[in-house]
Write a protein that binds this ligand. Structure first.
Ligand code: UDX
Length: 474
């Protein structure tokens, strides 16, 4: 694998970076050279320490995302980022190939390093950027697609054209969101309209779905043109969805949860500064007594929703650790929110941080449940640690992920579409206290740990994927 040089290119947002960085580490572990491509904006944000790779065979490069520095790309309009990457980023991406394809390019971040990279042999690009796959192939480099979301959501997007044909999309105006959905294979017995990814819903008062549904459905179909599709999931979680996706791809590799498998060769690339102090605070709390609250890197809630969450969690009486990004509560001062949270919880019973070392938090013995937006990374991280979940999905694949949590795996509860203090209190209490949910969460963790252990389905798939990339690189 020494001669293999793989370009790993996620959509430059936190959730996608977090999924693809452990994949880069797995390739390094197999002996490959890896160029990990950030946006200029993100590479500046992760800072000097994180931008110097931990291995001479790993380097971080960047291209512009085309947005002005003050654009709120972390919280807002993925559509805008998508457009700008396609129009501006793609030009620089194409230009980058000239140097990547020449032999002996140095690892620029390590000035003292004599190590030279071999010419680029393979690209693994985020499946939400079909142009990145097409440009690579056009320039003679074989390209694979990597999707950072769940197989069930991918399967739903693949099924969207069929749902239009069946007349199930757009949903009828004023129609019941609890109606079952036909047409997403293998999920007919539990999937309701409200569980489909958020873009399947009508957009405001219009007669159509959210336009991003068409974009993502098209990008999903395009993955079938790539040499293969890589998904960060495990057979024991999503066997049926994987079986339905496989025949529509040239090849399919389900290699997750990657963070639980790959060695820590790559540094973390947090776009926010992690507050490690919360781990010491957790050390002082009783076993399984703390509610951990985090709604990921994009979610923006209203002041009213914040108050409902806060009142509901505080009413349970459990101590809580809450990730409140500075840009998370619309048009509010985070200082005020901090005070409100402390007041509601009583002295010492709450800890508010702007960004937590989430994987370490979920691994901590003091955490009793995880109130989450059910982003796919967060879901996988909770599953691996066997932590019961309370899901309040916000957008994208989160609505379908949370249905799996509540109705399929039963390792947690799904509060979707409801944000009321009474419901928050009742649901958090149940997740903290139910033996049944805890047992299901622990049993699921065991299954997934078996998938990623040597000889397990994900570990075997990863070996097959490394062999596949080796052959493409020969
Ligand atoms: C989004 C989608 O929700 C997700 O489903 C998709 O696959 C990727 O893009 P995001 O909303 O940010 O991502 O959620 P999630 O997928 O859960 O990723 C958040 C990541 O940030 C996780 O890896 C989590 O560990 C990390 N995180 C979050 C921290 O490290 N610290 C925090 O305080 C909060």
């Amino acid at each position: 694998m020494e001669a293999a040089h793989v370009l790993v290119f996620p959509v430059p947002v936190q959730g996608h970076i977090n999924a693809m960085l452990p994949f880069a580490a797995a390739l390094l572990d197999a002996g490959a050279h890896v160029t990990f491509l950030h946006s200029d904006h993100n590479l500046r944000r992760v800072g000097r320490a994180a931008s110097v790779a931990s291995s001479p065979r790993l380097r971080f490069l960047s291209i512009p995302d085309g947005l002005p520095d003050d654009s709120r790309r972390s919280v807002g309009d993925l559509g805008e980022l998508d457009r700008s990457l396609r129009e501006v980023g793609s030009v620089r991406y194409r230009a980058l190939f000239a140097s990547l394809l020449s032999a002996g390019s140095p690892n620029r971040a390590r000035a003292d390093d004599e190590h030279r990279f071999p010419p680029l042999t393979c690209v693994v690009a985020d499946g939400l950027m079909p142009w990145a796959i097409d440009i690579a192939e056009e320039l003679g480099v074989p390209a694979l697609a990597f999707r950072t979301s769940s197989a069930c959501s991918f399967s739903a997007f693949m099924s969207a054209p069929g749902l239009f044909v069946l007349g199930d999309l757009p949903f009828p105006a004023g129609g019941d969101l609890d109606e079952p959905v036909r047409g997403v294979p293998g999920m007919e017995s539990f999937l309701r309209r409200r569980d489909l990814p958020s873009s399947f819903r009508r957009r405001g008062d219009t007669d159509d779905v959210d336009p991003s549904l068409h974009v993502i459905a098209k990008a999903s179909a395009h993955c079938g043109k790539a040499r293969a599709l890589v998904l960060n999931t495990a057979a024991s979680l999503e066997r049926s969805a994987l079986a339905h996706i496989a025949p529509r791809m040239r090849d399919l590799f389900s290699v997750g949860p990657l963070h639980a498998m790959s060695p820590a060769l790559a540094p973390s690339c947090s776009l926010w500064r992690e507050d490690d102090g919360c781990l010491a605070w957790l050390d002082g709390q009783a076993d399984r007594s703390v509610v951990y609250v985090s709604l990921g890197s994009f979610t923006v809630i209203s002041r009213e929703q914040f108050q409902e969450f806060l009142s509901g969690i505080a009413a349970t009486g459990y101590p809580f650790l809450w990730v409140l990004r500075p840009d998370m509560v619309g048009a509010s001062q985070d200082g005020v929110l901090h005070e409100a949270a402390m007041a509601a919880a009583g002295d010492g019973k709450a800890r508010i941080v702007a960004w937590a070392p989430q994987r370490d938090v979920l691994r901590h013995r003091a955490v009793g449940c995880f109130l989450t937006h059910a982003g796919w990374n967060s879901t996988l991280e909770a599953v691996v640690e066997g932590v019961p979940m309370v899901c309040w999905p916000f957008f994208a694949d989160q609505h379908i992920n949370s249905r799996f949590v509540g109705a399929v795996w039963r390792n947690g509860l799904d509060m979707k579409d409801v944000c009321e203090r009474g419901v928050v209190e009742r649901t958090v209490r149940e997740a903290m206290e139910s033996d049944e949910i805890r047992r299901a969460a622990q049993a699921l963790a065991q299954l997934v740990k078996r998938d990623v252990a040597a000889g397990g389905s994900s570990a075997t798939e990863l070996e097959r994927l490394v062999g596949f990339i080796r052959e493409l690189s020969a």
